[in-house]
Design a protein around this ligand. Structure first.
Ligand SMILES: *Cc1c(COP(=O)(O)O)cnc(C)c1O
Length: 225
């Protein structure tokens, strides 16, 4: 990907985000995370030069490699994948800006224990399986609020900052919208407990996600094509 292409891709996403967020409110600010999992460190550097600062990976090993390759750039790194227990320490050592895929209370306990041992904290989002799909991880919507509160109470090294969801994997926009609204309603209930981010929307559905209240989108393929 050359610089011209990166600028063009980023401009297109920014224009669409801008229009979508203004339809919600002038005060509705949306953060864009570039998901670089199918791309090279070189492409990340090119997008950085076009103005993008926040990136995300779904494998600890890839996050490590890219953050080493690009350590001189002031990037922020997000983790958005399934975290295996044997990779927890590796992730902690990488100091991610935001771990978006905390998908069970058990994982939270495990992560909290390892953070405690290293005397560290980690900012996380609780992943909600709002479409109730077997292929996805995350807590079920009915238990999300209870689990969120339990993590706040019992895992002092985890700084919960909100929720994350992947939209329903279907063509029907109404079903995708329902899945986003499920997460948005939970997010609204969690605001009194300090929830700040409602991370939803990917390349194919970020405008719909923003209309449903998302304030953080994760876009891969449209940025890095
Ligand atoms: C890959 C991925 C994305 C980005 O997907 P695109 O469709 O390429 O925009 C967003 N969120 C998560 C959790 C992902 O794994």
């Amino acid at each position: 990907m050359d610089k011209t292409k990166a600028v063009e891709n980023l401009d297109k996403v920014i224009s669409k985000v801008e229009a979508a967020r203004l339809r919600v409110s002038e005060h509705h600010i949306v953060k864009i995370i570039g998901i670089s999992k199918y791309s090279t460190s070189e492409d990340v550097a090119t997008l950085y030069s076009a103005g993008q600062r926040a990136f995300g990976e779904n494998k600890v090993q890839d996050l490590k490699q890219k953050s080493i390759d690009l350590e001189e750039l002031p990037l922020e790194w997000h983790f958005v994948g399934r975290l295996q227990k044997n990779k927890i320490n590796n992730l902690i050592d990488l100091n991610p800006t935001l771990m978006q895929s905390l998908d069970s209370f058990e994982l939270a306990q495990e992560l909290d224990k390892k953070l405690e041992a290293k005397n560290k904290k980690m900012s996380c989002l609780l992943q909600i399986n709002s479409a109730k799909e077997d292929s996805k991880t995350g807590v079920m919507p009915e238990e999300a609020i209870e689990v969120y509160k339990k993590i706040l109470e019992e895992c002092p090294n985890i700084k919960l900052k909100g929720v994350m969801s992947i939209g329903a994997h279907v063509d029907d926009r109404n079903i995708i919208k329902d899945s986003f609204m499920t997460t948005k309603n939970i997010f609204d209930e969690l605001k009194i407990y300090g929830a700040k981010y409602c991370s939803m929307g990917m390349s194919s559905d970020f405008e719909l996600a923003i209309a449903c209240g998302s304030n953080m989108i994760r876009v891969g393929s449209t940025l890095f094509k």
